[in-house]
Design a protein around this ligand. Sequence first.
Ligand code: CP
Ligand code: NVA
Length: 340
Amino acid sequence: MDFLRITKNNAAGAALERKRAISYTCPMSIQETLKGRSLLTWLDYTPDEIRYFLDLSKQVKHEKHTVHERFKGKTLALLFEKRSTRTRCAFETAFGEEGGHPVFLSTADIQLGAKESVEDTARVLGRMFSAIQFRGFKQSTAETLAVYSGVPVYNGLTDAFHPTQALADIFTIEENFGECRNKKLCFVGDGRNNVARSLLVISAKLGVNFSIISPKALFPTPELLKTCEDAAKQSGAQITVCDDAAGVAGADALYTDVWVSMGEEAMQEERRALLQAYQINRTLMDMTGRKDTIFLHCLPAVKGEEVTADVIDGPQSRAWDQAENRKHTIKAIMLATLAE
Ligand code: CP
Ligand code: NVA
């Protein structure tokens, strides 16, 4: 229902509402439910829909050397309030190499929320582009863009969520272990940041046993935990939150992210003090009690803070596969929601 709320006033959302009403007698296929959809958070998606994106990502990666033109004649606005290497490059190359025309627009270039309201920018972009990628501060900006543009909006990271990252992360876990269900994924560090929150949501939906290991001050909110625990009841996922690093025992994957996210630079000293005991180093990797535990990081990494160089550059690290997988999974998201 969240999705329908977000997309009221959105032509694609209204069309989906009509299609869903009819689907009592004629069920919609997953492909039909995905066409024209925005991806703002995985909270708006069913486990089957997320599974569809994962399966399509596998096909996209398998065919990565085949030339297609599945975005020919389409345009993509890439709006960036914050910096990016992977997300920008993944969207831009995935879209461009399929014949689409991506246009990069930073807030140094356009009037987003400055001299022009987000609503008006959205209305204009919706007349000129087939879809919009937004990376920035407020989740509400991504929601407003979706409501007023009438085209699919992809959340390329906000303070609240980083959904395209989480899809690549689960995809990478499946590449290593065959499936993600019942695997133990531990996020160690800032447990309330955008990456941790997105992993929490997607894990709860897909049946991944997800643990957040962080200081109590950085636990995710009770509201989000409650929502995810409800989803976990359906999927069978075990969700745990604790401040004891011993919680990594038995983990299939240990994951960390920077201690200071973009926009929080003033918190640097406080975070260093709070998170020192949560660094992923050789000792913590060994505390899993397993030799085949993989290490994951969304990147960019601050080596020597949240992870030591020997771990991220070592044989258990899959951080570089994860970075490549951003492109395949983002292409799959755009193919499912945008291509003919
Ligand atoms: N992981 C990720 O989103 O990287 P960028 O900030 O480089 O896009
Ligand atoms: N939590 C990090 C993720 C970067 C990809 C940030 O928001 O800066």
